[in-house]
Design a protein around this ligand. Structure first.
Ligand SMILES: Nc1ncnc2c1ncn2[C@@H]1O[C@H](COP(=O)(O)OP(=O)(O)O)[C@@H](O)[C@H]1O
Ligand SMILES: [Mg+2]
Length: 259
């Protein structure tokens, strides 16, 4: 049965989608079967893996709100070995529709994933940049939350609020939700700022923070324009190595010794 991990932070531009795509791919390259759920109406994860191919294609919206069979909406990655449940702009209206439901509005994604849960080792959910009902649905469906934090001023702004939201979900719709880890992203070892922020985050959150952080690496921002993860774009770059190491850290696999 798949472990379900939500990649969440209500701030935009902190590396959620980049992490969702490349962590999914890294886990797959380590021999796992992975489904990436795009749960953001911007559809960046779907576009980044070339999963939106035709107009009128079914998306996560049709699956959670119109009972469309999830198996038929899942796109099998072509060049990157990850399955994708795509999203597009239609998801922007989902909050309103969900909010009108009398009961179970937090459980829609969880229920939708149930039929395919046994087919995967990991289901990774790329969350939207907000703390609304979509995010609550993701946290209710998930076993754990991975929180990307960008190495910049105000990095921690919002994380406290996200942690409160996580606690609320734990008290109400998902008592088993845990924190997978906090991931420092866009780390630039040449700047004092990155080093300071990283130290502050590690000081505040201790062992919740991954040993591996993700460096700022232009290749990571280029790969989506080719519709592939970093491992098909440039497997030797710093960004690929960082996401591969993160996946190994997550699975508690020892680092390979340097050649
Ligand atoms: N480690 C990185 N190095 C360089 N650019 C990055 C890195 N991580 C993300 N980016 C770029 O920063 C922008 C925001 O990242 P994204 O993953 O889309 O964030 P979010 O999903 O949180 O909004 C994108 O243009 C992305 O390509
Ligand atoms: Mg995103």
């Amino acid at each position: 049965m798949a472990k379900i991990i939500a990649i969440s932070n209500q701030k935009g531009g902190v590396g959620k989608t980049t992490t969702a795509i490349n962590l999914s791919s890294a886990l797959s390259h380590l021999g796992n079967k992975v489904l990436l759920v795009d749960f953001d109406s911007q559809g960046n994860a779907s576009q980044g893996l070339d999963a939106l191919t035709s107009n009128g294609q079914p998306t996560v919206y049709n699956v959670i709100l119109e009972d469309y069979p999830i198996e038929k909406a899942i796109v099998h990655g072509q060049k990157t070995p990850v399955d994708i449940l795509p999203a597009n702009i239609s998801l922007a209206g989902a909050d309103l529709v969900m909010d009108r439901l009398d009961y179970g509005k937090e459980q829609l994604l969880k229920a939708a994933l149930e039929p395919v849960r046994d087919e995967y080792d990991f289901i990774i959910i790329d969350c939207p940049p907000s703390l609304g009902l979509l995010n609550t649905n993701a946290l209710t469906a998930a076993d754990s939350v991975l929180i990307p934090v960008q190495c910049e001023y105000y990095a921690l702004e919002g994380v406290t609020q996200l942690l409160l939201t996580i606690r609320l979900v734990q008290k109400t719709s998902n008592p088993n939700l845990s924190i997978e880890g906090i991931l420092m992203t866009m780390f630039d070892y040449r700047t004092r700022l990155s080093v300071d922020v990283s130290q502050e985050v590690r000081h505040t959150f201790g062992r919740l923070v991954y040993q591996n952080s993700i460096p700022r690496n232009v290749k990571l921002s280029e790969a989506p324009s080719r519709g592939v993860s970093i491992f098909e774009y440039d497997t030797r770059c710093k960004g690929a190595k960082a996401y591969a190491s993160l996946a190994r850290e997550m699975l508690h696999i020892e680092e390979e010794p340097a050649p």
